[in-house]
Design a protein around this ligand. Structure first.
Ligand SMILES: C[S@@+](CC[C@H](N)C(=O)[O-])C[C@H]1O[C@@H](n2cnc3c(N)ncnc32)[C@H](O)[C@@H]1O
Length: 257
């Protein structure tokens, strides 16, 4: 059985996130909420000092770990994100790299922290194997990822406008659970919903975090005012606002080697 979403274009992903780096922290509200929860999950365990922030982005959570006295390695695929993180001096070490092929020695870190990154992988099992390989015995891996059903309001609305694919396909929860099966672990799923007074800021929020790159090719159909208005008419409302829901899986893996 394969857990791959599809062969993703990593260069395109790195480019999309790199371009988003300068504005990322102002729009990445969901990432901040899930990352805080992931930190809480990690802090209930007694871990050492070496933390790998795998897919660190601008390094928002590298900073949080550094403030807690940890030695942090900030790693990201996107050079644009990593140089932004480095300018802010968020960590002790910076590494450009791919979480599916980590350039780190076996058992070299105490904790691997990865907030909303593994959904961009080819193969979740491979990324988890890499996290497990570099984490020492007794260490911890915590990660969060999007589950199938995320962004369903937008997907349903787009389907009524055209036949193009506008939303990435995320793994079902059972597939994420299967990928964790080789390890002692726990998985928690939570739903988050964000509300926007207008549709354009909702769409811009996805663009602002670099999440508009599609696994299955490129986005099609130019966003004209007419299409935006049609989408806005169809889109469901909650007390006048446009809701956008995310289903998030939080994984905790214990390294019993
Ligand atoms: C949604 S952002 C999350 C950033 C950060 N973890 C946070 O909580 O703000 C996803 C990040 O993962 C990085 N990324 C995507 N695929 C990656 C891969 N295969 N290896 C390493 N980083 C990757 C992107 O460049 C981007 O910075």
């Amino acid at each position: 059985m394969t857990l791959a979403v599809n062969a993703v274009n990593k260069q395109a992903i790195a480019g999309a996130f790199g371009r988003a780096a300068s504005k990322y922290d102002t729009v990445a509200k969901l990432q901040q909420q899930t990352g805080e929860y992931l930190m809480e999950l990690a802090q209930t365990e007694n871990i050492g000092t070496q933390v790998l922030d795998a897919g660190c982005g601008t390094g928002f959570f590298s900073t949080r770990w550094t403030q807690q006295g940890k030695q942090v390695i900030a790693l990201d695929l996107a050079s644009g994100m990593l140089s932004h993180a480095q300018e802010q001096q968020v960590a002790d070490y910076y590494l450009q790299g791919d979480i599916e092929h980590l350039g780190l020695a076996d058992n070299s870190i105490d904790m691997c922290f990865s907030n909303l990154v593994v959904q961009w992988c080819n193969d979740l099992s491979r990324a988890l194997r890499e996290f497990y390989r570099v984490t020492r015995s007794g260490g911890l891996i915590v990660f969060s990822t999007l589950i199938q059903g995320s962004l369903h309001e937008l997907e349903t609305a787009w389907k009524q406008v055209d036949d193009y694919r506008h939303i990435n396909q995320f793994l079902p929860l059972r597939t994420i659970m299967q990928a964790c099966q080789p390890y002692r672990h726990k998985i928690i799923s939570r739903q988050y919903c964000q509300y926007y007074p207008q549709l354009l800021p909702l769409l811009n929020s996805l663009k602002g975090i670099g999440a508009t790159h599609l696994h299955h090719g490129c986005q099609q159909g130019l966003m004209t005012r007419k299409r935006l208005n049609t989408l806005a008419e169809i889109y469901p409302r909650h007390n006048g606002d446009y809701p956008l829901s995310y289903q998030i899986a939080f994984g905790v893996i214990y390294c019993d080697k």
